[in-house]
Ligand binder design. Sequence first.
Ligand SMILES: Cc1cc2nc3c(=O)[nH]c(=O)nc-3n(C[C@H](O)[C@H](O)[C@H](O)COP(=O)(O)OP(=O)(O)OC[C@H]3O[C@@H](n4cnc5c(N)ncnc54)[C@H](O)[C@@H]3O)c2cc1C
Length: 409
Amino acid sequence: MDFQYHYTDEQERFRQEIRSWLQANIPDEMRNPVETDDFTPEMYQFWRQKHKEMGVKGWMYPTYPKEYGGGGLSVSHAIVIQEEFSRHSVKSPFSNGLLIPSLFVWATEEQKQRWLVPFLKGEQVFWQKFTEPKSGADLASYQSKAVRDGDDWILNGSNAFVSAHNSPVPDWLWGPMQTDPNAPRHRNLGFFMIPGSAPGVEVVPQNLVHGHEQHMIFLTDVRVPGDHLIGGDHDGWQVANTTLEQEHGGRGSAGYSDEVVDNLVGYMQAKMRDGASPGGNPVVQQVAAQAYIEAHLDSLFGSRTYWMYTNRMEISWEGAASSLYGREYTMRTMGKVRDVMGMEALIGSHDPLAPYGGMQEFEQRARFIRQHGAGSLNITKVVVARRIGISRTRERPAPTPATATRFDA
Ligand SMILES: Cc1cc2nc3c(=O)[nH]c(=O)nc-3n(C[C@H](O)[C@H](O)[C@H](O)COP(=O)(O)OP(=O)(O)OC[C@H]3O[C@@H](n4cnc5c(N)ncnc54)[C@H](O)[C@@H]3O)c2cc1C
C-alpha cells in the first residue's frame, strides 16, 4: 500500500519557503537535542526568539484564526510545516497547547485577547497544572483551594508532574482550583490563569528517568484578580474537560512521524547491505516490518480523528481509542528495537558509538514514562468504555472549538 501523501505544486513551493528559512535561520548546534537534559539555557533563549519569528509567519499554530494570533492556513499547509519542522529538529512550543481549546470555547473576548493571542504568537509560556501529589487520574477530586477575597481570589495548594517543555519558568500556570468545598463533584471547581511570577508561586523540578522535565508547583496565598477565572465560579470541571477532550486524543494529528521506527528500518537496510545479520534474517525482518505497520496504523488512526475534528464531527470513542493504541504500540516498538538492535539500542546519546544520536536509547525511557502522561492508560480505557456503552456510567464529549464555535481551529 502507498502510504505517501502526494502534494500539489503550491504545497511544494510552500515547503521550499519553510525549508529555506529553516536552513538560513537554524544552525545545527541549535537543533533540538535527543536528550531532554541537553537543552541548554542558550538554546532556550534562541528558540524563544525563533518561536516569536515563526509566530509572526503563522507557522507556530498554522490553522488557528489570524485574529487570535494563528496562521489562518489550511490543514495541508499545517502538515507541510509539521514535516519540515520534524526534518530540521525544530523545538516544539514551550507552552502546553492543551489550553487553546479551553480559551476558545470558554474565555471572554477580552480574555482571548489577553491570553490566546500571546500564546498563539509564541510570545509567552503557559504550563498546565492539573495533577496533585495525591491524584491525577481522578481530576474531579481536586483539592487545592481558591477562596474569594473581595474581587480577588487567594489560591493555596500543590501540583506534581507539571511539564515544562524545556522552559525554566512559566509566564502562566493554568488549571482548576476548588472554589466551593461544599458543592458536589463536578460543580465545585473554578479554572484559573495564574501568573508564574506571582508572590507565593514556587516551582521545584522533579527528576524522572527521562530527565528534569516535570515539576512540583506550590501555591501559598497567591492572589489573583477575579478576571483570571475562565468560565464561571463553578465551571472549572467543564472548562478542564474541553482541554481533556484534546488531551485524550480528540483532535488527532495529521501526518506520519515515528523517527524510532524510521531508524529501525534504516538499521535493517544498512545491515542488509553489508550482508551481516540481523538484517538478512527473515524472522527479524518480520519484527521490524510489524513495527513499521503499527507506526503507520497509528498515524491512520490519528488522521481519522483529525479529519473528523476538522469536519466538525462530534468525536466519541475515536480520540481515546487512538490515544490508547498510540501509547501501547510505542511500548511494543521499543521491545522490537531491543530485539533487533540488541545492546546498540541501549547506548546513550553521550556515547559516540550510539546509533542515531542515542535516540533509540532515550526513547526507551521517554516512551515508558509517557504511558502515564495525559491521564493513564486505564483512564483512557475508561473513556472508551463509557463512550461505547459498556460502563456503568455514560459520557458525552465536552464541547471543543470544532463543535462549539464557528471558525476552523
Ligand atoms: C511525562 C509526564 C508528563 C506529565 N505532564 C503533566 C502536566 O503537564 N500537567 C499535569 O497536571 N500533569 C502532568 N502529568 C501527570 C499525569 O497527568 C498523571 O500522572 C496522570 O493523570 C495520572 O495521575 P497520577 O500519576 O496521580 O496517578 P493516580 O491518579 O494516583 O493513579 C494511579 C493508578 O491508578 C489508576 N486509577 C486511578 N483512578 C482510577 C479510576 N477511577 N479508574 C481506573 N483506574 C484508575 C491509574 O490509571 C493509575 O494506573 C504528567 C505525567 C507524566 C508521566
